[in-house]
Design a protein around this ligand. Structure first.
Ligand code: SAM
Length: 284
């Protein structure tokens, strides 16, 4: 088989040569089609002046696309040591532009290796994707170290990130994402595009960090309110939020909320109003 446009062998050949079989426990579903990984990389915007953080490069399908699309530098965090020799070959083809960090993305802090502006692009391992996203959305201060996130998730998770109030998918992820970002689903990818194919359809979500949150609120209190409200999403607010401050039911009425409503009916603006009210009452 002839080489791909980057001069490296096609991914299927690379995998075969290294005897790399997908490990289900590591959420490994690989993309071999460089046209598709190129489409994801382009959706991340102009990368020429950016450092890109990629989580889970695996055999490097998306990594190669990011480099071909002109990323200034890619820092890729991979847990599976079996992928490292393959990634070394990609590094050699792009001298000085690919740095691979071996480790668990949930534990490792890549900040020291990245220069701003930073964009994060990843076909995330399903088992850690949501936790990584929540970490990126809830840093101690805002704006965060990244400008945008272009991430592949199970479609169901992508829908939770972008869901409007009142919908079935609306919840903690929607509110955390939409408070501080513009978030949209950019395209879907069918199971057959992956090797091995997962059971579900995937979707790429693009999130752009807003310069400041959409409505003022203390991040920790807002997160507490949201977590409690959705912990038992079928409960009325007066029950799910009980005990956050004395006389919660009256306090809800005082800011114009119906204590009998459920979390999924509250807008982001209303959650922020509630968080500010809780903060003021606790400070009094
Ligand atoms: N980017 C490749 C692609 O698109 O073909 C592989 C994507 S695969 C869905 C997820 C990758 O994340 C795998 O290579 C897996 O080994 C890696 N991974 C899983 N858990 C990880 C973790 N905690 N930290 C870093 N990488 C992880």
């Amino acid at each position: 088989m002839s080489n791909a446009p980057d001069g490296l062998p096609p991914l299927r050949e690379v995998i075969a040569a290294h005897g790399l079989s997908a490990n289900k426990a590591l959420g490994q579903n690989f993309l071999f089609d460089l046209n598709l990984t190129g489409k994801i990389a382009r959706r991340a915007g102009d990368l020429a002046a950016c450092d890109v953080l990629e989580i889970g490069p695996g055999p490097g399908g998306l990594t190669r696309a990011l480099l071909m699309e002109g990323a200034r530098k890619v820092v890729a965090v991979e847990r599976d040591a079996r992928c490292l020799p393959i990634l070394d070959d990609i590094s050699a083809a792009y001298p000085g532009r690919l740095q691979v960090l071996h480790g668990d993305a949930l534990k490792l802090d890549p900040a020291a290796h990245l220069d701003p502006p930073v964009r994060i692009v990843a076909n995330l391992p399903y088992n850690v994707g949501t936790e990584l996203l929540v970490n990126w959305l809830t840093p101690p201060s805002w704006p965060p170290f990244w400008q945008s996130l272009t991430l592949m998730f199970q479609k169901e998770v992508a829908e939770r990130i972008t869901a409007p109030p009142g919908s079935r998918a609306y919840g903690r992820l929607s509110l955390l994402a939409q408070w501080r970002c513009d978030a949209k689903i950019v395209f879907e990818i069918p199971p057959q595009a992956f090797t091995p194919p997962p059971k579900v359809t995937s979707a790429v979500v693009h999130l752009t960090a807003l310069p400041a949150p959409r409505f003022p609120a203390d991040a920790a209190i807002l997160q507490e309110v949201i977590a409690r409200a959705f912990n038992q999403r079928r409960k009325m607010l007066r029950a799910s939020l009980k005990g956050m401050v004395p006389n919660m039911e009256q306090e809800l009425v005082a800011i114009g909320l119906n204590p009998q409503e459920r979390a999924e009916q509250l807008t982001l603006a209303q959650f922020c109003t509630l968080a500010r009210h809780v903060q003021a009452l606790r400070a009094a």
